[in-house]
Design a protein around this ligand. Structure first.
Ligand code: 3NM
Length: 208
């Protein structure tokens, strides 16, 4: 899997009416090197159309493109991979459908899930929510930076820290050992999306 560090997930409820592709392009221009289309409410057809647009954008800028949950959409647009949660299609079934060459990311909220993801062949895991987040419904309580430390000590596949990460608290995440960070609201809800991403890029370069 190609290396990535700054991961942005779409969250159109934070876009303040701005165009999806424009917001994500600003993020890429600020240094985001992987984007995920996450849309829990639109029709399959609408998700497909958004995925097509974002696939075109990510090809243009040569950054990774991941689709949340919709495996069929991911395959239809030739995304680089999918991201799934603990209640989605199991990893083994997802791998059968996606094949060996595609990226499969899995959300984890405790070390047992991280171990299972690694044993099951996930390409990367999400580790979170580190802090309180309003961007995901039914999310578990914050796992804190302690969970990052556990994963660093035990798990050998790449991981991204996620959940409530902001410019003002990212240092805690990196100090705990994370080298890849993932955000929705702090990026796509920013007035200056590109500027915020440039700041994260700089921080990652300094700490990395
Ligand atoms: N997954 P924000 S937390 C999509 O812990 C998602 O698995 C999480 O949004 C997890 O950066 C989360 O706005 C929401 O807090 C992240």
């Amino acid at each position: 899997m190609r290396e990535f560090k700054l991961y942005a997930i779409t969250g159109e409820e934070f876009h303040q009416g701005r165009d999806l592709v424009e917001v994500m392009e600003e993020a890429i221009l600020g240094g985001v090197d992987i984007i995920q289309l996450r849309d829990k409410t639109s029709s399959k057809r609408d998700v497909l159309n958004k995925a097509k647009s974002l696939r075109e954008l990510t090809r243009k800028h040569d950054v990774l493109f991941i689709v949340n949950d919709h495996i069929d959409v991911a395959l239809a647009v030739d995304a680089d991979g999918i991201h799934i949660g603990q209640d989605d299609l199991p990893l083994a079934e997802a791998r059968k459908i996606m094949g060996q060459d595609k990226i499969i990311g899995l959300s984890t909220h405790k070390i047992e899930e991280a171990r299972e993801a690694e044993a099951g062949g996930a390409d990367y895991i999400g580790v979170g929510p580190i802090f309180h987040t309003n961007s995901k419904v039914d999310v578990v309580d914050p796992v804190t930076t302690e969970y990052i430390k556990q994963v660093v000590a035990e798990i050998n596949i790449p991981f991204v820290a996620i959940g409530g990460i902001k410019l003002h608290n990212v240092d805690q995440v990196l100090d705990a050992g994370a080298t890849r960070i993932c955000m929705i609201s702090e990026i796509v809800g920013a007035k200056d999306v590109k500027g915020v991403c440039q700041q994260f890029t700089k921080i990652l370069a300094e700490k990395g």
